[in-house]
Design a protein around this ligand. Structure first.
Ligand code: AMP
Length: 492
């Protein structure tokens, strides 16, 4: 099984159907896409020294070529290494060296010296690769490596999660099982970086003969998203919670007839934000909980559950292709309501970390992926995610989950963003500190925020201090970097 087979299948079944959109324009149908993929794969094979299983990195902003490059890599029996184009040169150099990338497709402005082949996209050299003779797709095995995904590094040095063709196939089928039915002519907009797990949702859309739409800005812009929703039929998108919030707050009140589904995830969506989004978008929201090691797939809250306001503070139920358990530190399963580490097992779970046996042994035990997330399952089987294990604050012997405090403070008018961390303290072991970003023009003092917390939280959980900050440190994918925030706090 080679994932690239879906391009050939779509091209045979729906040759004239739109495959790729740029902004509001169709720029390739499936026959064209399939031809370009086979030629590009031919061009890659002609690059000297590129053999089956070699890693080919993509350090590109979102562009239509991204999609054909991914599929050409698979078509040629190679392994794609998606790298966020927003990373620092030091960070992407580390990744290229770690995976021994033999070729790199990159946006203009990316400085590279290491790999044998660096192809700027767009460029004359890229066009020349597309002039190559088309080649037949290489036959790969289900467990062959397809996508080497370096985790976003919110927790230390990036590690390459090895995802096979089977893993991505399971992820795609799970999309159909748990999120949505996709038909030919439906569409997905890609405002999040294609190097992120969300980029992989190009797969179920290609499998179903739908259109993958790249915004002209190459990223997320609220006004542009509303225009694209207006332009494309039956449109879906992945949006990080911060994007959903920005879309909700955007003043555009045009009708959303074309909008099928916004799936959010990757970071906590606070209940207040979800309710506001429901008021604007109607029952067209779903949630996923996943991680690079099991991309886009661990649990979900379906459109129907969210539409019925059902357990909005949870991450939903286990996905169809994966089992989920909560265990204690000894690895023993816990009962309903008991907090422990979330572990999961199924066909979307990675093969291991690239060249990193110690980290693999820590993350994978008897096939169970130890997510590092803390949570519990309620009596109805819904999973509640409390925090990442390292984010837990232990103050005076009591556990404080920052997420709980964040949920409460975010309901306070004037607060735009918040992150709560633990600060070492001689008396308490740790104390909770809230870093707060205020909405434009808002002013709040410590006493008001403390009073707000006292209304809904146990006394001992209240932050001991509040620090107003202009912006929170975020990863290239827009996730709040609590490790960096702890560093800032230490040095303050
Ligand atoms: P990454 O591997 O960089 O995509 O990060 C995955 C981590 O993001 C997970 O282990 C969770 O800690 C967090 N995460 C993913 N989805 C959600 C969600 N729906 N709600 C809260 N946190 C999430």
């Amino acid at each position: 099984m080679n994932l690239a087979h879906w391009i050939n299948r779509a091209s045979n079944a729906w040759p004239q159907n739109p495959a790729i959109g740029l902004g509001t324009e169709i720029i390739a149908d499936y026959a064209t896409l399939s031809d370009r993929v086979a030629r590009l794969a031919g061009g890659m094979k002609n690059l000297t020294g590129l053999d089956r299983g070699d890693r080919v990195a993509i350090i590109m902003k979102n562009r239509p070529e991204y999609i054909e490059i991914m599929f050409a890599i698979w078509h040629a029996g190679l392994v794609a290494v998606p790298v966020n184009a927003k990373l620092h040169q030091r960070e992407y150099s580390f990744i290229l060296a770690d995976c021994n990338a033999r070729a790199v497709f990159h946006s203009p402005g990316i400085n590279l010296d290491a790999p044998d082949h660096a192809i700027c996209t767009p460029s004359i050299e890229y066009d020349q690769l597309l002039q190559s003779e088309p080649v037949i797709m290489v036959e790969t095995e289900p467990d062959d490596l397809a996508w080497l995904f370096y985790t976003s590094g919110t927790t230390g040095t990036p590690k390459g999660a090895m995802l096979s063709h089977r893993n991505l196939l399971a992820m795609s089928l799970n999309y159909f099982a748990d999120f949505d039915r996709i038909m030919p002519g439906h569409s997905i907009i890609h405002p999040a970086p294609l190097s992120h797990g969300a980029g992989l949702w190009m797969l179920p859309h290609i499998c179903a003969g739908a259109v993958n739409v790249i915004p002209k800005s190459g990223g997320f812009d609220e006004a542009e998203i509303f225009e694209l929703i207006d332009a494309w039929p039956h449109v879906s998108m992945f949006a990080a919670p911060t994007m959903v919030r920005r879309l909700t707050l955007h003043g555009d009140d045009r009708p959303l007839d074309n909008l099928k589904l916004i799936i959010y995830g990757g970071a906590p969506m606070y209940v207040a934000d979800c309710q506001a989004a429901l008021a604007r978008f109607g029952p067209r929201l779903a949630q996923l909980y996943g991680q690079g090691e099991s991309p886009m797939t661990i649990t979900h809250l379906s459109r129907e559950m969210i539409g019925n306001h059902h357990k909005l503070d949870s991450v939903g139920i286990p996905d169809a292709c994966i089992e989920v358990k909560i265990v204690n530190q000894a690895g023993e399963p816990l009962g309903a309501g008991e907090k422990g580490e979330i572990i999961c097992k199924g066909d979307t779970v990675m093969l291991g970390y690239w060249n990193n046996q110690p980290a693999t042994a820590k993350a994978l035990k008897n096939g169970w992926l130890h997510t590092g997330d803390i949570g519990h399952v309620d009596k109805d089987g819904f999973v509640f995610l409390t925090d990442r294990s390292k984010d837990l604050i232990i103050s005076g012997g009591s556990n404080i989950y920052p997420r709980e405090i964040e949920e409460v403070l975010l309901t306070m008018p004037g607060i735009a963003e918040i992150a709560v961390i633990g600060r070492p303290d001689p008396d308490w072991g740790e104390i909770a500190i809230a870093y707060v970003v205020l909405e434009d023009g808002a002013s709040l003092d410590e006493a008001a925020m403390d009073a707000h917390c006292l209304n809904s939280l146990a006394r001992f959980k209240r932050p001991k201090h509040y620090v107003i900050i202009d912006a929170l440190p975020k990863s290239g994918y827009g996730k709040i970097l609590k490790s960096r925030l702890r560093e800032i706090d230490r040095n303050a």
